[in-house]
Design a protein around this ligand. Structure first.
Ligand code: SAM
Length: 226
């Protein structure tokens, strides 16, 4: 498991302006996934909105809360114990975080508590995705499991954020890295395979239109209203 300081170093490396960091960013292949263009994004923001788990990124219009006081983070706290009064946020974003939370039921209770009546919650979670620790990785979710977790809120939209081709590509790259003993070999394999395989990601634009996409979907999304 990466230590807190390793995670902090990772976030700092990503944003660094050194020649090495710029070269690394330039060589980094495009993501092996495309986002589902049908996923709604336009639910209203309010005066106060909460983004959970946005370390290393700027999230305009939100209070950015994360376990780690990294660049971009407004408040270091645990999603299981949100330091806010009841009903203050019009919108809460929780994107690729619940798999890292030790007690997701407790985090959901807290999110529901701080959400204003009529407010919106956006959940995104992995279904078929490699192990990744931020700082731990506890579980995966099906859309039904996610809805069960958020029972008490009204689902208003659901679907696949990233599809079956994304699953195939991320697992292929991880599989290739499994057999390579040295870190820089794995980095090279990641780069070479990433550049070779990424054009296939556009196949998901076809799969998003079919119900079968979810058999091996990568990340699912759910929008809910309180
Ligand atoms: C996979 S990253 C999410 C990435 C982010 N949503 C994005 O799209 O860039 C998970 C984030 O959740 C944070 N995190 C993990 N457990 C948390 C917790 N219990 N409370 C708050 N943040 C947490 C991690 O520090 C990490 O920044």
């Amino acid at each position: 498991m990466p230590s807190t300081s390793e995670l902090e170093a990772l976030y700092r490396r990503r944003g660094a302006a050194t020649f090495g960091a710029r070269l690394r960013r330039w060589l980094t292949p495009p993501a092996p996934f495309v986002m589902n263009p049908a996923e709604p994004k336009d639910f209203p923001l309010g005066r106060w909105n909460l983004y959970i788990g946005g370390a290393g990124r700027a999230v305009a219009g939100y209070i950015n809360l994360d376990l780690f006081p990294m660049p971009g983070v407004d408040l270091a706290a645990d999603a299981e114990q949100l330091p806010f009064p009841d009903g203050v946020f019009q919108r809460v974003e929780c994107d690729a975080v619940l798999e890292h939370v030790r007690r997701p039921e407790q985090a959901m209770r807290e999110i529901q508590r701080v959400l204003a009546p009529g407010g919106y919650l956006h959940l995104v979670t992995p279904f078929c995705h490699p192990f990744h620790e931020y700082p731990k990785d506890y579980r995966r979710f099906t859309p039904d499991g996610l809805k069960e977790l958020a029972a008490g809120l009204e689902p208003v939209a659901e679907g696949w954020r990233t599809g079956p081709t994304a699953t195939l590509l991320v697992f292929t790259i991880e599989y290739a890295k499994l057999v390579l003993p040295f870190r820089w070999w794995r980095a090279a394999a990641h780069g070479v395979l990433g550049w070779l395989l990424f054009p296939l990601r556009y196949l998901d634009l076809l799969f998003f239109r079919t119900a079968r996409a979810g058999r091996i979907g990568n990340h699912c999304y759910l929008w809910l209203r309180k």
